[in-house]
Design a protein around this ligand. Structure first.
Ligand SMILES: Cc1cc2nc3c(=O)[nH]c(=O)nc-3n(C[C@H](O)[C@H](O)[C@H](O)COP(=O)(O)O)c2cc1C
Length: 192
């Protein structure tokens, strides 16, 4: 099984990169799941265009950046969205990356690591109703990091509490992904 850790902020000086690195390191070292490969998918590194054609992902002549993104997402069975909150919502670049694809998200799983002034709670909730479009299965608990408390001086200050809450969420994601992947593959095989 493969789980993609998606870093959704793309601005210069973003906190998202360090949060994504923390999630990846703890996932690989502290979650008891030898059958899971964790891969960081950094939206910034894909250099995606603004979605101007909903068929780009499927079209043979669609942009190469979109096709690389499509293939990376398609290979994953589940995801961790590392999401900031911008203007009380999902950041535009992250939403664009999501909107560029469709079937590659369908019937997969998600856990959310959100951050912002109030822990990114509104972006967290916005993702939950957004991903319902593709019948994604979302872990109920999430990690919420509060900028003033958890980033004193502008860098992530980790505690045992952060690690414990992250590992709990990731462990639940792995269990959910195992069940959902089995069912997705069974349904696909049954429908030929
Ligand atoms: C355009 C913009 C809008 C923001 N709006 C909110 C907001 O509505 N609520 C909030 O809690 N934080 C807000 N913030 C603060 C961000 O959550 C915080 O700066 C966070 O570090 C951004 O993530 P990043 O560093 O990975 O880009 C905003 C930041 C930016 C740049």
């Amino acid at each position: 099984m493969k789980i993609g850790i998606v870093i959704g902020s793309v601005r210069e000086g973003r906190l998202g990169e360090s949060i994504g690195a923390w999630v990846a390191e703890r996932a690989r070292s502290q979650v008891d799941a030898t059958d899971v490969e964790w891969e960081v998918l950094d939206v910034k590194a894909f250099n995606l265009p603004i979605m101007a054609d909903e068929n780009w992902a499927q079209a043979e002549d669609g942009p190469a950046e979109v096709h690389r993104w499509r293939d990376a997402v398609a290979e994953c069975d589940g995801f961790v969205f590392v999401t900031p909150e911008y203007n009380r919502n999902i950041p535009g670049a992250f939403k664009n990356a999501f909107d560029l694809l469709s079937r590659q998200w369908r019937d997969k799983t998600l856990a959310i690591v959100a951050y912002g002034g109030l822990g990114g709670v509104r972006a967290n909730e916005a993702w939950r109703f957004t991903v319902a479009s593709y019948n994604m299965h979302v872990v109920g608990d999430s990690v919420n990091l509060i900028r003033r408390v958890d980033f004193p001086g502008g860098t992530l200050a980790l505690t045992d509490h952060h690690d414990a809450s992250l590992v709990k969420v990731l462990t639940r994601l792995v269990s959910l992904t195992r069940a959902v992947t089995t069912e997705r593959e069974r349904t696909a095989a049954a429908s030929g």
